[in-house]
Design a binder for this molecule. Structure first.
Ligand SMILES: [Zn+2]
Length: 261
């Protein structure tokens, strides 16, 4: 047990009954969470998100209305917000034993995903509904030609159905991301091993990584777009592995703390 570092008396159960000193201690779930939130996987997600932000800051040359060249760049606000919250989470998880993880990083990233998820869901659903309306209007005119593509009502209905499916996938993905961030935040705040980390989200991380890679084939953009898409694929894949590891360790801690359950 050792002696009290303040008054030198023997400690009883990490506590000094002479001067009241208590040995600094993290519950096992907090120790594990701190380890996972500062792991090489987490660090690589932070670095890749930083690279994505930097790439968006590289100016590209455009032409204005009168044909004069002008340099412009579009800062990736998404990458900036995610990077900020991940940095908070990382630095707060680096805190010494006995200091809890501040939930500020989780709050920022959860708010970000709630706002993004809502905007995306509404935008895609509106687009999908408009396409169905357009499809029924097009039925009256039999067909449209848009840049050489024959837009029959059937084609419009298929595009609308795909849009609605994408919206549904995005909404489900965001809901699971938000729920998982809440679960991880709950571990940080309570110190209890929470195993409500979605296995479904882990699978979706790998699917999203695969979809990003597939989308490369249809990408008409420049080298920075290709690198950004590759980074997004890598981040999704790494996040999937990180979640798997965290879930596994939380289950082990829960099993060791409550062997009867
Ligand atoms: Zn003491």
């Amino acid at each position: 047990m050792g002696n009290c570092p303040i008054c030198g008396r023997p400690l009883e159960n990490d506590f000094c009954s002479n001067c009241g000193y208590r040995v600094k201690y993290d519950p096992p779930a907090i120790t594990a969470l701190k380890k996972h939130l500062t792991s090489p996987l987490m660090l690589s997600i932070i670095i890749l998100t930083g690279v994505r932000l930097l790439l968006s800051l590289i100016p590209t040359m455009d032409y204005d209305i009168v044909g004069n060249p002008k340099w412009s760049f579009n800062m990736d606000i998404d990458a900036a917000l995610v990077l900020l919250s991940l940095l908070f989470i990382y630095l707060d998880a680096k805190k010494p034993v006995g200091v809890r993880i501040d939930p500020r990083g989780f709050k920022i990233i959860r708010t970000y995903y709630i706002v993004m998820g809502s905007i995306l869901a509404i935008a895609l659903l509106v687009a999908g509904v408009l396409m169905f309306v357009a499809g029924s209007v097009a039925a009256d005119y039999i067909k449209y030609f848009v840049e050489g593509i024959v837009l029959t009502p059937t084609v419009i209905y298929i595009v609308a159905a795909v849009l609605i499916l994408v919206a549904a996938y995005a909404v489900v993905l965001y809901v699971f991301i938000i729920k998982t961030i809440s679960s991880v935040n709950e571990i940080a705040v309570s110190g209890a091993p929470n195993v409500k980390i979605s296995s479904f989200l882990t699978v979706m991380c790998f699917i999203t990584a695969a979809l990003n890679l597939v989308s490369l084939f249809g990408l008409a953009g420049g080298i920075t777009d290709i690198i950004s898409t590759l980074i997004e694929a890598a981040v999704s894949g790494i996040a999937g592995f990180a979640l798997l590891n965290l879930k596994k360790e939380m289950q082990e801690i829960k099993n060791s703390l409550f062997p009867m359950l």
